[in-house]
Design a protein around this ligand. Structure first.
Ligand code: SAM
Ligand code: SF4
Length: 317
């Protein structure tokens, strides 16, 4: 289904919970978030119905995210039910990876084809600092588990933070030499809650090219990343610049959150609820959300943060 700017809307990101076992400083408050009442959340049945309707309107790719999707006890039945919906090309999951040793095989068997694992640093003390509570070993074991079950694609995502992990760009890039994974660097986005960061924390993705002149450009694959490779790399290196260069012109996404609200754009406050609606009501809300997609979101900076009324743990990235 095309929006009014001619963009084909084919990608739905589904945040199935806003809860998480970690507390990344750019994403979640230190104390976590209050657990929402059951009555304020979309049911599993509504979630699957909403995805079916989105697929009937042209969605072909589903990404399950959160909060931490693998902290949701019914994650595997959810994946199985999504996989049973015809006409979906890819079912992907974005996870902090810490529960992958337990779930990698079950996810693959349930029909998940691609996994993105978030890991901002290879230094245990820094991992503990940025996640406030996490252990680097858990995510490294998660990466091993994902590799061992053979997903179609594994990507590692690092949020670039000046003065924190810019010195690790070469080591993170070398993950693509050691393993058949893509490494992607994402610019830090100023969301309403990430007050821990100062101006020098927001660095352009171009810093990756400055630190790694040996990177060779490779063809784009229709996603939002600019893609490169190390000469001896197995996987690719992606730079995602939501701040320094918008990719709104080719935005093909909608986002559905665990309370049943659809977000037409990551950085605007407008939302459309499907909770409690019948099929036709849900369909209409998806159409409303597609119609409401803006041509682009306003420029973001520390002084002009995202106008989303939510933090990333609710939206899912
Ligand atoms: N818990 C899962 C994880 O960490 O991968 C999925 C949810 S998390 C919100 C999805 C992605 O959003 C992660 O890669 C995370 O690093 C990224 N993210 C969260 N807050 C961000 C911010 N302020 N700027 C840029 N990326 C952010
Ligand atoms: Fe949790 Fe992911 Fe947010 Fe980190 S980025 S706090 S792992 S939801």
């Amino acid at each position: 289904m095309k929006d009014k700017f001619g963009r084909d809307i084919t990608y739905l990101r589904v945040s199935i919970t806003d809860l998480c076992n970690l507390r990344c400083r750019y994403c979640m408050p230190e104390e976590g978030v209050p657990k929402k009442k059951h009555a304020d959340l979309i049911t599993q049945e509504e979630l699957i119905k909403a995805i079916q309707i989105a697929v009937s309107l042209g969605i072909k790719k589903i990404r399950i995210t959160g909060g931490e999707p693998l902290s949701k006890p019914n994650i595997i039945p959810i994946c199985e039910q999504i996989a049973a919906i015809p006409h979906i090309d890819h079912i992907c999951i974005t996870t902090n990876g810490t529960f992958l040793p337990k779930y990698a095989l079950a996810l693959k068997s349930a029909g998940v084809t691609r996994v993105n694992i978030s890991m901002d640093t290879l230094v245990p003390e820094k991992y503990r600092y940025i996640t406030r509570v996490g252990q680097l070993d858990d995510v490294l074991q998660g990466i091993d588990s994902a590799l061992s079950v053979g997903f179609e694609k594994i990507k590692i995502n690092a949020v670039l933070i000046g003065g924190f992990n810019d010195d690790e760009i070469p080591d993170l890039c070398r993950m693509t030499e050691k393993y058949p994974v893509d490494m992607r660097f994402i610019e830090l986005m100023p969301m309403s809650g990430n007050f821990d960061f100062d101006d020098k924390s927001y660095v352009s993705g171009d810093i990756v090219l400055e630190k790694m002149p040996e990177l060779v450009p490779v063809d784009l694959d229709g996603g939002v990343a600019r893609l490169y490779k190390l000469p001896s790399g197995q996987g690719r290196i992606g730079i995602i610049n939501p701040i320094s260069s918008h990719f709104c012109g080719t935005c093909n996404r909608l986002r559905l959150m665990s309370d049943g609200k659809i977000k037409p754009c990551l950085h605007t406050s407008q939302e459309f609820s499907v909770k409690g609606l019948d099929d036709e009501g849900m369909r209409q809300q998806f159409l409303n959300a597609i119609e409401a997609k803006p041509a682009r979101h306003p420029d973001l900076s520390k002084d002009s943060p995202s106008q989303s009324i939510r933090n990333m743990n609710e939206i899912g990235g």
